[in-house]
Design a protein around this ligand. Structure first.
Ligand code: G3H
Ligand code: ZN
Length: 281
């Protein structure tokens, strides 16, 4: 069924668990997340990023409706989240499309501008029952930007500043920079578990780990134990998807029916979803 992100995150946090959020680009990604979640029996968040909306010509409705329909038809509890929104117009479009949550990303702005823009987004969301996540400190490696050294202490989230930020903005969850970076294709990130624990103590709302594709399995398990609740995974799904397509087409170069290579791609994504879900408890 389609449930709300707020209830999935609150439920996971109360149980001392994490909940994985998977990026959806195509219908097959959404189907694969549902399949993986049905296999493990664990809930999942289906997240569509602003960049994915741009891929679909800027039209949110079609991919959102398809993803919500997959969630409604599934036996697993699945929610719909709009990810890394920088455009306020897109934020406003989320409301009629079945999204119960958004991540508003003002992390590029100065602290003061980030607070102001995020507080506005939170006010807008809360008037509509929408759960709002925001980011403080910068998790590097976002599309279209120069790689940022995730290991440099300057870009990490400071606990005292994070506590003030949450109080000033009223956000429901906080994405933190603790050593992960977006779009990593090797799982070599090393997280600062002491910082995660300090942030979990300082900040009253659940913490979100972005760029989890580059984080080794045991590091994810430890991060959840130290206070990360929402675990965002995107690139690992695409590595699985594209690897399966490539293997199929290498073996059968004359194939033309997309169903022939999309079926193994969807299955590879479902297996990857189930793999990450193992580390949520
Ligand atoms: O918001 C999305 C995630 O942070 C995904 O990051 O593609 O590096 O796993 P990733
Ligand atoms: Zn992210």
């Amino acid at each position: 069924p389609l449930v709300s992100t707020g209830e999935l995150v609150s439920g996971a946090r109360a149980a001392g668990h994490g909940v994985a959020a998977f990026n959806v680009i195509t219908l097959e990604h959404a189907e694969a997340v549902a399949l993986g979640a049905e296999r493990t029996g664990a809930p999942a968040i289906l997240q569509i990023s602003e960049n994915a909306v741009k891929f679909h010509g800027g039209r949110l409705s079609a991919i959102a409706a398809a993803t919500a329909a997959v969630a409604r038809a599934s036996s697993a509890p699945l929610s719909l989240h709009l990810d890394h929104v920088t455009d306020v117009e897109l934020l406003r479009a989320a409301h009629p499309e079945g999204f119960s949550s958004v991540m508003f990303d003002a992390s590029k702005l100065s602290y003061g501008e980030n607070v102001k823009a995020t507080a506005d987004a939170v006010r807008w969301g809360h008037e509509r029952g929408i759960w709002v996540e925001a980011e403080l400190g910068e998790v590097g490696g976002k599309e279209g930007e120069a790689p940022l050294d995730a290991h440099a202490p300057g870009v990490r989230t400071d606990p005292a500043e994070a506590a003030a930020y949450v109080a000033e903005t009223g956000v429901d969850a906080l994405a933190v920079a603790v050593g992960s970076s977006h779009a990593m294709t090797e799982r070599t990130a090393s997280l600062d578990h002491g910082l995660i624990a300090a942030l979990a103590t300082a900040v009253p709302v659940p913490l979100v780990l972005h760029g989890s594709s580059g984080v080794p399995d045991e590091e994810i398990r430890r991060a959840v134990a130290s206070g990360i609740v929402k675990v965002n995974v995107g690139t690992a799904l695409n590595t699985a998807f594209t690897g399966a397509v490539r293997a199929f087409l290498d073996a059968q170069p004359s194939a033309v029916d997309p169903r022939k290579y999309m079926a193994p791609a969807r299955e590879a994504v479902a297996e990857t979803v189930a793999h990450f879900q193992q580390f949520m408890a």
